[in-house]
Write a protein that binds this ligand. Sequence first.
Ligand code: PHE
Length: 412
Amino acid sequence: PSPTAISLLEKTYPTDATTNVTSAIAQKLSRNLYLQPAHPLGILRALIESHFPTFTALSGWSPLVTPAKNFDDLGFPPDHPGRALSDSYYVNRELMLRTHTSAHEVEVFARGERRWLLSADVYRRDEIDASHYPVFHQMEGARVFPASAAGVAELEDNNARLSAHLAQSNIVIEDVPHLSTTNPAQPSHDAHHAGLVALNLKLSLNSLMLALFGGRTGAGEEPLRVRWIEAYFPFTSPSYEVEVFFHGKWLEILGCGVVQQRTLDVANVPNNVSWAFGLGLERIAMILFSIPDIRLFWSEDPRFLSQFTPGQITTFKPYSKYPSCYKDVSFWVPSEGLHDNDVFDLVRDVVGDLAEDVKLIDNFTHPKTNRTSRCYRINYRSMDRSLSNEETNSLHVDVVSRLKDVFRVEIR
Ligand code: PHE
């Protein structure tokens, strides 16, 4: 029988048919990795905050939000896939774990903040591998300008200053037009004004990319390459994504755009325009500190934690890679179906971070009975020690028995 209540951050909430927060996830809510001054996520947060010295740095906001804050207020359509139980964590119908820091845009604008950064843990149901973890961290940033002649003057002045700085720097930018038919200004915006806001956003973020990655691309005189791409978000227009060329690859760093007037209206800040961005801290920290596996951020091993110093970007030295051991589980899927993410969350709930990755390696439907069989391969590896054979076996036995109990699968 499912429990009727769930306890999160020392408070109790009623559960319902939508409840899908596992205890593995519940345990993460109080970790606050991004607030630890000597943790790579905390170091990176502080570094970005120091790049925007005139911005208010906000943190410590509860991850429990209403679906209205996370989705509706930001203009997500009712059928947006992000709302699905298979993609997001719900405490109950009325409360969920935020999937992005944009969930706080309305509140922060409503407080009258005009230049702000907000860092927080965010939650998404996802696959299990070296770069995916169901909890990660984002930083949202925004800057508001008055929709007036004074606002235009402020923009022109700030844009000139930032352009002059970038012109002297070793950076190559592949740009897209500020506005296009597929990435338009909002109907209530003057196109010239929207263009100035978009330019300010681009210059501000190019300068951040330079501060974070400049001079770190390896080859001494090589310029930093930053690429702007047209994007779509329900809560910004125009919208962009930013990529940085690092170690021979383009890496997606952040999403951003000119804030939809709806957001500022709901926040009761009329006659203003704003830009906003949201960046993933793990993505950037993995690159800057050379951290090879996203699970390491959650390690409490002193061999990990003692390597980092506040204010410094240093290269992580792997202390050891312990052997891995994979085990397969094959079963017939129950007639009502079974989502991959349900399997992944169950594995995490049973074995925690001892699962390095989980892959679907076989999937077929029997032509006569029409039943579907799947085989998942679970790769077990600890980052801190060697797992014994018995231990791995018993972990796997637990996973198999939970799969049977929870989803009524028939093991093959
Ligand atoms: N919230 C978006 C995401 O998580 C990023 C974003 C933030 C985009 C702010 C535009 C403006 O992908």
